[in-house]
Write a protein that binds this ligand. Structure first.
Ligand SMILES: NC(=O)c1ccc[n+]([C@@H]2O[C@H](COP(=O)([O-])OP(=O)(O)OC[C@H]3O[C@@H](n4cnc5c(N)ncnc54)[C@H](OP(=O)(O)O)[C@@H]3O)[C@@H](O)[C@H]2O)c1
Length: 304
């Protein structure tokens, strides 16, 4: 299979490229602003240039783990949220449809209001913020363009080794290693999802010919404080500097689902056990860092 990964410099995109290579597929990946060796520069807002590159690659499948993923930034700039998360992937989804190839779009549990999660694929979405609205609109518009050649993978709270070192686990470990307090929301619950497993599960769904909507998320629903403590303890760090406050007191720009998370009945039926529990994932995270697999190590840098 020839695959391209738009957003190969990102967290999930990096793991997709690694798994694609390990599983013997031909793959090309892109970056927008953070270059890595072997990645092609592509800004999806240059719609004609992006379309041209995708056509030249003649892919069998286009993975799109890209977009404007900063949730509070989307709230402040809903036009950018919509352009980056809906219009730009839709442009490349149409190119993909013309090529007769398959398209994989990554979406979020923030399409749900988070009143009584975890939510399954059949539950009714009702996004609480601009990011979730743009992602839901994208899901619908891309589904119209691609029909059964589309796979949508909704995920949540992705963590694990990543080159850019941005995810929640890196933030917690860096602050604890740097002797700084960690303040997290006391009342936000979701499904921590291990990045290497999210990428592998999605790739295996593609390999096995699945299409449609799948929730691709870890098996536990936890609160942010428990998630932060699990990371600290897994890394052998004292969790006592981890404090928590209600969301209402944190001044986050965008509304957050409080009882969120994703139930994964379709994934459980298709690929049982592919998403490992948190304790096992954190052990794998450490094992990969200790093996020096080339990803950033949050223990190496004190918090700035
Ligand atoms: N992380 C989570 O907890 C989470 C939860 C739910 C859903 N998701 C979804 O999963 C997907 C992947 O998330 P992630 O955490 O891997 O994201 P990420 O680490 O923030 O990576 C985003 C990627 O998009 C690229 N990108 C940004 N603007 C672009 C543009 N204009 N043109 C082309 N590429 C562009 C970035 O390139 P540069 O870095 O080179 O600029 C980067 O490679 C996203 O669609 C997100 O909505 C993530």
């Amino acid at each position: 299979m020839k695959a391209i990964v738009i957003g190969g410099s990102g967290q999930i995109g990096g793991w997709l490229l690694r798994h694609l290579a390990d599983r013997g597929h031909e793959a090309a990946g892109t970056f927008a602003t953070v270059p890595y060796p072997g990645l092609h520069p592509l800004d999806a807002s240059d719609r004609e240039g992006a379309a041209r590159w995708v056509r030249e690659q003649r892919p069998d499948v286009v993975f799109y783990p890209a977009g404007f993923t900063y949730v509070d930034g989307c709230e402040a700039d809903p036009a950018r949220a919509r352009a980056s998360n809906r219009e730009e992937p839709l442009n490349l989804a149409r190119v993909t449809a013309d090529l007769g190839a398959r398209f994989v779009y990554f979406s979020t549990d923030y399409v749900f209001p988070g009143r009584d999660g975890p939510d399954a694929e059949d539950d009714a979405p009702d996004p609480p913020n601009a990011y979730g609205e743009a992602k839901l609109e994208a899901e619908r518009a891309i589904a119209e363009a691609l029909g059964d050649r589309l796979l949508i993978a909704r995920t949540s709270w992705v963590y694990g080794p990543e080159r850019q070192g941005k995810n929640f686990a890196y933030q917690v470990v860096r602050r604890l290693v740097g002797g700084e307090p960690v303040m997290v929301p006391s009342d936000q619950h979701s499904s921590p999802s291990y990045g290497p497993d999210v990428a592998l599960a999605t790739l295996r769904l593609v390999e096995e010919g699945h299409s449609g909507l799948f929730h691709v998320a870890g098996p536990e629903v936890v609160g942010r404080p428990a998630f932060a403590r699990a990371i600290a303890e897994g890394f052998g760090l004292d969790p006592s500097p981890i404090g928590s406050k209600p969301t209402a007191e944190l001044g986050q720009g965008a509304r957050r689902p409080l009882r969120g998370g994703l139930a994964t009945p379709r994934l459980d039926a298709a690929l049982p056990g592919v998403m490992r529990p948190m304790s096992e994932s954190i052990r794998d995270f450490l094992r990969r860092l200790d093996a020096g697999e080339g990803w950033g190590d949050p223990r190496a840098r004190p918090a700035s």
